[in-house]
Ligand binder design. Structure first.
Ligand code: SP5
Ligand code: ZN
Length: 339
């Protein structure tokens, strides 16, 4: 059985819209995403065991994020139930005295205009992090070789002290902070977008290797980070690797990068735990990402990772074609079974 962590309060956070090239569009990070995954999971009760996380991982959140970031979300709890605040003023670091208890100052702690705050954002994001933490706990204790955190909102763009890219707390980083107390951790990020937040949190860390395969930041979000030249710093030099790819990549090229570059790096590091930041916005008809992977490809990718024979925690990131998202997630998870 594969444990699946999810808490229904994760559905309370509801971004409404975002701006894309001057046009107002429906926000891609909808609750339908989680519902699509849940219904695909529930169709296989013989394979998946649904588990509700039990507590906010306060300690790990404060080891991963600044206290101001948490205050920003707690301040947003004073918004009315029907109110949504979109940060849209992002001041330069040297000219302001930010106050995290003022809602308009939230832009100081945020790096894009598509990541709104509501009264329920804190609770949804903390339960989302709790999923990753408790999935990691099951794997750490040897209760399961593989566990899946149905984390939503996603996490990999959130850094120590900033939110953005639909992300508030960095779920995979919170799981990694837990597991690195027990051994070496490799985070493989296969979301279409570079996981800038995760990279920055572990950039100087030699116990957590971070690998990213993603759309080239020259053309795609998050634009300012994710080049192949970013290799880590200080003790962490050589423990960060980026594999930016062009638009429209198909499975053959994707698998080629995995087999010839990424998997040898994982084997060379010989981690005690593998964490996968699993985004499915690499899907061919995803409205946000630009690769051309198909549903069955995820199973093949997962098989290659399963063969590494490592205790593995899979943490949900992006994937915005809600109709296919559940099938893509299940296809990926089925690759982690011994058949
Ligand atoms: C977790 C995650 O996947 N966050 C992604 C945030 C991306 N936000 C900005 C997307 C800009 C998309 N550009 C238009 C592409 C049209 N095909
Ligand atoms: Zn993404």
């Amino acid at each position: 059985m594969i444990p699946v962590l999810f808490h229904e309060d994760q559905l309370l956070h509801k971004p409404v819209y975002e701006w894309r090239f001057g046009e107002r569009i429906e926000h891609p990070e909808t609750t339908y995403r989680a519902e699509s995954i849940l219904s695909a999971i529930k169709a296989h009760p013989e394979i998946f065991r649904l588990i509700k996380p039990q507590k906010f991982p306060h300690q790990l959140i404060s080891e991963t994020h600044s206290k101001e970031l948490k205050i920003v979300y707690q301040t947003a709890m004073t918004l009315r139930a029907d109110e949504t605040f979109y940060p849209s003023v992002f001041p330069k670091r040297d000219v302001t005295k930010p106050d995290p208890t003022k809602i308009p100052h939230s832009g100081y702690y945020c790096f894009d205009a598509g990541t709104p705050l509501t009264a329920y954002t804190y609770s949804a994001a903390a339960w989302s992090a709790a999923c990753a933490n408790e999935a990691a706990k099951l794997v750490e204790e040897g209760q399961s070789r593989v566990a899946y955190a149905l984390s939503r909102p996603p996490g990999h763009h959130a850094s120590k002290s900033m939110f953005g890219g639909y992300c508030y707390f960095n779920n995979v980083a919170i799981a990694a902070k837990r597991l690195r107390k027990k051994g070496k951790v490799c985070i493989l990020d296969i979301d279409f977008h570079h996981g800038n937040g995760t990279q920055s949190i572990f950039y100087r860390d030699d116990k957590v290797m971070v690998l990213n395969i993603h759309g080239d930041p020259d053309a795609f979000y998050p634009y300012f980070v994710g080049t192949a030249s970013e290799k880590g710093a200080g003790l962490g030099l050589g423990f960060n690797h980026n594999f930016p790819l062009g638009a429209g990549i198909e499975v053959e090229q994707y698998i080629n990068v995995l087999q010839s570059d990424v998997i040898p790096l994982i084997k060379g590091f010989s981690p005690d735990f593998l964490l996968v930041s699993a985004g499915f916005d690499t899907y061919v008809s995803d409205p946000v990402g630009n690769f051309s992977l198909e549903t069955n490809d995820y199973r093949y990718i997962a098989k290659l990772l399963y063969q590494l024979d490592l205790p593995t925690v899979i943490v949900q990131e992006g994937g915005y074609e809600a109709r296919s998202l559940g099938d893509n997630v299940v296809s990926f998870l089925l690759g982690f079974r011994a058949i």
